[in-house]
Design a protein. Sequence first.
Length: 476
Amino acid sequence: MFLHSVWYLRSMSQEQFSPIELQLREHLSNSIGQRKYQMWFSNTAIECGEEKLEVIAPTKLAAGRINDRFTSELHQAAKTSFGKDVAVLVSYDNTLQQQISIPSTRVQMDTPTKVRRSKSLLTFDDFIVGTCNQLAFAAGKQITQEEGRSISPLFIHGACGVGKTHILQAICSMASRTTKSKVRYVTAEQFTNEFIASSRSGEFSRFRARYRNLDLLAIDDVHFVANKVKTQEELLHTLDTVGLRGARLVLASDEDPRHIRRLNRALANRLVAGMIAEIQRPDRETRCNIIKQLTTKHRISITDGAVEQLASQAVGSVREIEGKITRLRAAASLLISSDKEIIDVESVNRLLRCTPPTSLPIRMHHILEVTSKRAGIPVNELKGSSRASTIVFWRSIASYLGRTLTSQSYPELAIAMHRKNHSTVHAAVKRITELLENTNTALKMKNENIDVKETIDQLTWEVRSKANECAQERRP
């Protein structure tokens, strides 16, 4: 018969543990150390039976981490306490978090600072949603709610200026406004600076109090901590502590957490434990909607054609669009006569005189790298002999970009693309050119619908940016 002896501890002191549980906890604490014990086991319940030991954690995250990291120590502590081998199970009970209140020897934490409700704090209301960001937007709204705990930590990544910070601030704004949660938004650089300052002053307890007694913690630009060993260790402990309390975590970076270099494995694994959402560069429709929102905000009268023209020129990021609107606004106030208050296509071209992002030489390997990343096809397959329709399409795109962005001849492009003769490259370029001449440039592929013109615009911008990056790396 299984003997139940459950402790859902309400302000229990150690004297209220049964002798066998007290012995087991002491063995466990000695085995893993007091600090780890306090972090992982001080708020667990334990259920003992003749042939079974069950550790009940307050959250699914805590249960998973205990099961991954301390199974062997639990088996050994149970064997020592029971005098025999018993089965060890780890489970979780969400109601346990509200029921448990075990006295702690840790320093009392200060009340965390709530996120400031300043006029500059961004919200979901002014975020333009499109296919490029709808997953991150939906996840951001969900994590502000109680059911959002299931996707924590939420990690949002994407290129600079695509809206990551906007979503993080909007999450904090909504959580603090609608649920009265204790929230904190910081950049990884701010976290690092505060950590260094507390190290020098010896005020670790105050530093940790700011972060570890929260309902929601949002950290932006996580890639900043790469190669900062001590900061990464402290960040990992902070994420573990906040997560164990059942609080929600939201993080953002320019890169997928699995691709951030010089990030220790434990922290990288922690960052991918929840949901990962990518924000891509804004598509044409989203760019048009952003331009309309910004011109309305700044009371700029603009034709639909001018909006389309701006959208075709600012393909990189939301930040680039904002920059062009600012320049357009300033130039219009100085140069447009009062009898022509509406900005049209001609005005956009005249006022902005848009130039390509770079005049630096572009190499075929830049094009192949960017196309490979966008298509999800290895470079060697783009240059290979496969006739699969998807690979043929992206190979044609790379050939077209090579012809329009480089000074290479068709024979030279054929060599770069590993083609036997240049006629295949010529045919590929002609095929894409004909697609672009159509009024409707949408193309239905096997797994997605692709706007060919939009794709060419995006890849052109990324190839030029890639050439710039490579040139900067070569500078002394």
